[in-house]
Design a protein. Sequence first.
Length: 95
Amino acid sequence: MTFTLPEDLAARFARRVPARERSKYLAEALAEKLSERERQLVRACEIANRDPEVRAIENEFDSLPGEVAEPWTGTAPRPPARRRLVGEPRSHRRL
């Protein structure tokens, strides 16, 4: 992989991290940053799942029929499985 860094950041990095440790340093920094983003996403999903307005919208979608005929083919498509990213599992299975 090749990355472009602002010149001042690259200079600081080169001064502070020995050449043989730079890949490991960047890998750890990226892993930490990505983990934090994932934690933020989980928190946002948990908040959304507790929101009554979001729950009402989800209930509207759940009330739609499981299969809808496509007018141009006359056949019913197989609906994709919906899963919550975070929260309690649903009490019923959708087919």
